[in-house]
Design a binder for this molecule. Structure first.
Ligand SMILES: Nc1ncnc2c1ncn2[C@@H]1O[C@H](COP(=O)(O)OP(=O)(O)OP(=O)(O)O)[C@@H](O)[C@H]1O
Ligand SMILES: [Mg+2]
Length: 260
């Protein structure tokens, strides 16, 4: 049974997509069966692993039409993962979902539940907002992985995210957990990165992963050629960090996934 992890933070540009792609890829290379769900109309996770010209049906069709995961999924070789792509069409989903009287928060969950037994991990790349797309992702998920960028005001906005998580727990998904907090774009040479790390650890304690993702130019280059960091430059610091993060995620889930 897949563990469904939403990568979420309504703050833009904190490393959600970079983490979604490279965690999914890392888990794939560690022999886990992985489905990456692009749930952001920007389609960055999609473009990070395939050409957007090859996208026909998208997560919009999954949510709002009678398509199933198998109609939309792309089976990739490198990285060895499955992908549900997104494109700008998904921007219309909020409005289209509004016509539903009830159950609009459950649309993604219903579709993903049908394929849960085919995967070990389902990773959802969320958009930088707390709208209905994000609510659908949090309702479908078992847990939320929160990337926090090492910069000023890193914690700003997290209160809002935590409130949203609590609300989703109360209304739609009482079992939703925090999977972990990962520090991104970490630069050990700067006082700021170290201070942010201390601050985040003070708030989130052992929910914070031991692995930091360093600021690494190779991580920002890889998506331009639709490769995960493992095909682009397996020796770089970014690849090492995402391999470690993937192993940490597996380790923290081993033993507790039998119950589902
Ligand atoms: N560790 C890193 N080192 C260097 N650059 C990075 C790193 N992580 C992400 N980036 C770059 O920072 C930018 C923002 O990252 P990313 O797209 O992953 O963030 P995001 O949270 O998904 O953004 P959005 O909120 O727009 O969806 C991108 O250009 C990405 O290539
Ligand atoms: Mg993104």
């Amino acid at each position: 049974m897949a563990k469904i992890i939403a990568i979420s933070n309504q703050k833009g540009g904190v490393g959600k997509t970079t983490t979604s792609i490279n965690l999914a890829a890392g888990l794939g290379y560690l022999k886990k069966k992985v489905l990456l769900v692009d749930f952001d109309p920007q389609g960055n996770a999609t473009q990070g692993v395939m050409s957007k010209e090859d996208v026909n049906l998208s997560t919009y069709n999954l949510l709002l039409d009678h398509y199933k995961v198998e109609d939309i999924v792309h089976h990739l070789q490198a990285p060895p993962i499955d992908l549900l792509p997104a494109n700008i069409n998904l921007a219309g989903a909020d409005l289209a979902m509004a016509k539903y009287q009830s159950g609009k928060e459950l649309l993604l969950k219903k579709k993903l539940d049908e394929v849960r037994d085919k995967y070990d991990y389902i990773i959802i790349d969320c958009p930088p907002s707390l709208g209905l797309l994000n609510t659908n992702a949090l309702t479908a998920a078992d847990s939320v992985l929160i990337p926090v960028q090492c910069e000023y005001y890193a914690l700003e906005g997290l209160t809002q995210l935590l409130l949203t998580i609590r609300l989703v727990q109360q209304l739609f998904n009482k079992n939703l957990e925090i999977e972990g907090v990962v520090l991104t774009m970490f630069d050990a040479r700067t006082k700021l990165s170290v201070e942010v790390q201390q601050e985040v650890r003070k708030h989130f304690k052992n929910t914070v992963y031991n692995t930091h993702i360093p600021r690494n130019i190779r991580l920002s280059e890889a998506p331009s050629v639709s490769k995960s960091i493992f095909e682009y430059d397996i020796r770089c610091e970014g690849a090492k960090a995402y391999a470690e993060l993937s192993a940490e995620v597996i380790k923290s889930n081993s033993g507790r996934r039998v119950k589902q």
